[in-house]
Design a protein around this ligand. Structure first.
Ligand SMILES: [Zn+2]
Length: 155
């Protein structure tokens, strides 16, 4: 599937050099529950949240979705199935894949310690000069964490 159809996931990525593979099987079980099972796999580039340089990451996840008409039906699902609300039997496959890919993105992306150029200077306490490609308003989660730790230390 091409990234153009996956706007939310695309926003998580550093560039459009992504390889995304999705395999989905559609079925209806004995209780007439509509099910989607499958696998997704993606190779993408994200930025390291410490040094802001690119990292290549691999995503892989199993998909086990049960299609339901509305939120009231969530309680009726068997364990192990995630609900996907699909009113009017209209399934927007790209939206489904977009969300599943975003769900399997790591919350924080970092180089391994030895690979991260920022690792050595990590404890300087000053923000580095802006790096090309960083959007204004992006906040380094580690500077927030550091500020929290410093606040705690003075309590
Ligand atoms: Zn890094």
């Amino acid at each position: 599937m091409s990234l153009e159809r996956l706007p939310g996931f695309r926003d998580c990525l550093l560039d459009d050099e992504a390889s995304i593979q999705i395999q989905l099987n559609f079925s209806i079980d004995e209780s007439q529950q509509r099910l989607i099972q499958g696998k997704l796999q993606a190779s993408v580039h994200v930025s390291c949240q410490r040094c802001l340089q690119p990292i290549a990451i691999e995503l892989a996840d199993d998909i086990r979705l049960a299609l339901i008409d509305n939120e009231d039906a969530i309680g009726t699902l068997n364990a192990g199935w995630d609900p996907w609300i699909c009113a009017d039997h209209k399934l927007e496959l790209a939206a489904l894949v977009d969300e599943q890919l975003m769900l399997c993105m790591p919350i924080v992306n970092l180089h391994r310690d030895g690979d991260c150029p920022a690792r050595i200077n990590y404890s300087t306490g000053t923000n580095d000069d802006p790096v090309d490609g960083v959007r204004a308003g992006d906040e380094n989660p580690f500077s927030v964490l550091k500020a929290l730790k410093e606040n705690n230390a003075t309590d």
